[in-house]
Each structure stands twice: as C-alpha cells, then as structure tokens.
Design a protein around this ligand. Sequence first.
Ligand SMILES: [Zn+2]
Length: 160
Amino acid sequence: MGPGILVKSLLQGSFSLMVFGWAQIIMDIQPLVVLITGEGHLHGFSHTYVGASLLAIFAALSGKYLSEFGLYILDISTESAPVKISWWVAFLSAFIGTYSHVVLDSIMHIDVQPFYPFSYLNPMLGFVGVITLHKFCLYSGLVGAVIYFSIRVVLKQPGK
Ligand SMILES: [Zn+2]
C-alpha cells in the first residue's frame, strides 16, 4: 500500500487508492488459497504480467462501484458530495496496482515467474534485499502521506 499512497499523492484525483487496494487483495487470493489448501503453485499465474493484466481488468470492473460504496461507508463520499470514480481512473489504478504487485513480489519471492508463459526467468529476484524492499514500501507511504496532506492544506480542499 505504501507505493500506492505515494502514487495517490502525486496523481491525486486521477488515482483511486481504493481500487488500488482492491487490486492487491485480488492479486493475493490465489496465494491465499494455495496456503490454505496446501495445493498448487504459491505465486502462480496471478503473479505474472499476463495474469496481472487479466486481474487488473477484473479489479477495475468490480472495483469501481465497490470503491464508490466503500468511500460512502467511510463517509468520504456523501449524498451531497458524491465521489465518482471514472472508468479510466479505475483501470489506471487497477493496472498500477497489479503490475507494481508483480514487480515487488518478483523481487522477494523465488517462485514468481513474472514473464510466464514467455520465460521462466525472474531477473528481478534479489534486486534489493527484503528489508530494503519493506523500507521502500514503508517510506514511500510516509512520503506519500506527507505530500498528499501538504497539497490538501495548500489547496484547502476537503478530503476526497
Ligand atoms: Zn502477492
């Protein structure tokens, strides 16, 4: 979620953190099922760029209305000031979500084959250490939060 918050701070209303987060959940359903059942390839087809493309389309289609409902539940969206997520924002957020997920997971998980079925190689593996990777996610989120709220204060806009 950290990098998502950073992207949100930069793209503001052109990016949906809700759809991005929904895409993260969808991406890890397959590994979760594998962990529970003990069967199958842990980071299988879902963690390839081909699989992530399909899941991004699904995340955008299902995430637009789900996220609008979530924003309503969280009171960010109200009857008088409804927050609508446009389709292009939903798709952009979903694709950024699933592709960045594959990139980050391929750095830290040895069984990820991001370019399957074209290649079994994972050139990103070990690009940086796991601790560095986790720090990157944490700090990008903190930096993103600072940028996001700084821009809000400067523009004096109500939060969306
Ligand atoms: Zn994953």
